[in-house]
Design a protein around this ligand. Sequence first.
Ligand SMILES: [Zn+2]
Length: 252
Amino acid sequence: MFSRRFQGQVKTVTVNRAPSGQFFASVLVEDENQVPEPVLETIDRAVGVDLGLHDFAVLSTGEKVPHPQWLERELYRLKILQRRLAKTTKGSKNRAKARQKIARLHERMVNRRQDALHKLSTDLVRRFDTVCIEDLNVAGMARNHALARRIAQSGWAEFRRQLEYKATWSGKHVRVIGRLAPSSRLCPCGYYNHDLTLADRQWDCPICQRHHDRDVLAANNIKRFAFAEHETGRDTPGVPGERPPVDDRRRP
Ligand SMILES: [Zn+2]
């Protein structure tokens, strides 16, 4: 059944069969819509996004986007189904049925996650001219076992892909900065908090007395450095001559 109509000339249609037995058609359409001229960027019309484990995303505006509530529930259900599968006999009908149940649940989770990512990426590109994110070293972080599951689930790479094509289509921008490990530790005044642990959600700067939410601070630093990094040799509004820290050990 067609659930969508297309405008323009259909170039290719690819049909795939999902493990659950459902069929999907991917349709590539060429339309006449031109990609718009990119808008001029200013730091005031930009947003920094910190993708994390505590919340899915925290914006430099202070807004927090939590991980979807269904995630924990579905992960629990997945565990139960996997345990059931392990108890079935190899080659039996029950085993095939259990397999398919897992495949169906997995597909549903991927689809729901996809919906949540689209909602957020569309909202960001609509509201801001520039979206600044970190280039997350996912492989490196996944070595930490406790974090691995959430990273796999949260779909950071997919989120970046969506942001980039949606920005192109609407003349907006995505700025990706190299991974900035100290982003939640660095006060705009230059003070670097060496003692911050993962459990500390907030801290106060002893030099300038500013109060920081660690994730909102990180999102703001991502935005600042995204603009500093791209405009080397020139003063950027709000970031006069500032460079991202290369090695946090060298900072006071
Ligand atoms: Zn400070």
